[in-house]
Design a protein around this ligand. Structure first.
Ligand code: ADP
Ligand code: MG
Length: 242
């Protein structure tokens, strides 16, 4: 069943078309990787799905509900979606535990003890249990990004959106974050991730979508799109980055 269905999305910034009649369907428990040159619209697409940007045309359905309807309560929708960005944006003045429990306590109105128990459980599972009381600047970049993912998971989202979550990391720290995403997939999490890591996209994605100028030029199984692309623009892009 489709958990996310984008139809005919159009987005302009100051007259520049950034998403151009874009369609994307993500079935439950599937992982879709968005690839494409810088500026092709990957982040804008993810931001539109999370209602951080309004679309100019088209519809976005989450679990059968049209969430692009302007009357929809965006906060209620975002509670079902976890998003993690390229630069780990943890609150520097809050401990790891407080970073993770802030939204569950404030937005979901969970009791502190319950939110903290869940946070500790999530931290233990990713090997960061000992860091519960650390502050972000006492963690490595990889640890910070793993905490950011845990924080997104603390809202028990149906869908995770990951926007180049390893791009800002030193190479030796990329692996631990990718391992975490691999584990999420094994747990059945539905994910859409923008990535420059083609090897990882090939391994973890059920489907790869190549975006160019706001359109899906080519999509399909990773071995097809990355291994035997049918479109000249996909081949050009892959030649440039590999
Ligand atoms: P990608 O993530 O694939 O690199 P983006 O979605 O960030 O691409 O950007 C797509 C295009 O939209 C780029 O040309 C970018 O400059 C433009 N863009 C993105 N966000 C804004 C914004 N808030 N205002 C104006 N232009 C934007
Ligand atoms: Mg981007």
């Amino acid at each position: 069943m489709a958990l996310l269905r984008c139809r005919g999305l159009r987005k302009e910034f100051a007259g520049q078309v950034v998403l151009d009649r874009l369609d994307l369907t993500v079935d439950e428990h599937r992982v879709v990787a968005l690839i494409g040159a810088s500026g092709s619209g990957k982040s804008t697409l993810l931001r539109c799905v999370n209602l951080l940007e309004e679309v100019d045309d088209g519809t976005i359905e989450l679990d059968g509900e049209d969430i692009s309807d302007p009357r929809v309560d965006a906060d209620r929708v975002r509670r079902r979606i976890g998003m993690v960005f390229q630069a780990y944006n943890l609150f520097p003045h809050l401990s790891v535990l407080d970073n993770i429990t802030l939204a569950p306590r404030r937005v979901h109105r969970r009791a502190r003890a319950e939110a903290e128990a869940q946070a500790r459980d999530l931290l233990d599972r990713v090997g960061l249990g000992a860091k519960a009381h650390a502050f972000p600047d006492g963690l490595s970049g990889g640890q910070q990004q793993r905490v950011a993912i845990v924080r997104a998971l603390a809202n028990s989202p149906r869908l995770m959106l990951l926007d180049e979550v390893t791009s800002a990391l030193d190479p030796e720290l990329v692996g631990e974050v990718l391992t975490m995403i691999r584990d999420l997939k094994a747990d059945g999490m539905t994910m859409v991730l923008a990535t420059h890591e083609m090897g990882f996209a090939r391994e973890v994605a059920d489907e790869v979508c190549f975006l160019d100028a706001g359109r899906v030029v080519e999509s399909g199984p990773p071995e097809q799109v990355l291994g035997e692309p049918t479109q000249a623009r996909t081949r050009q892009f892959l030649r440039r980055i590999i």
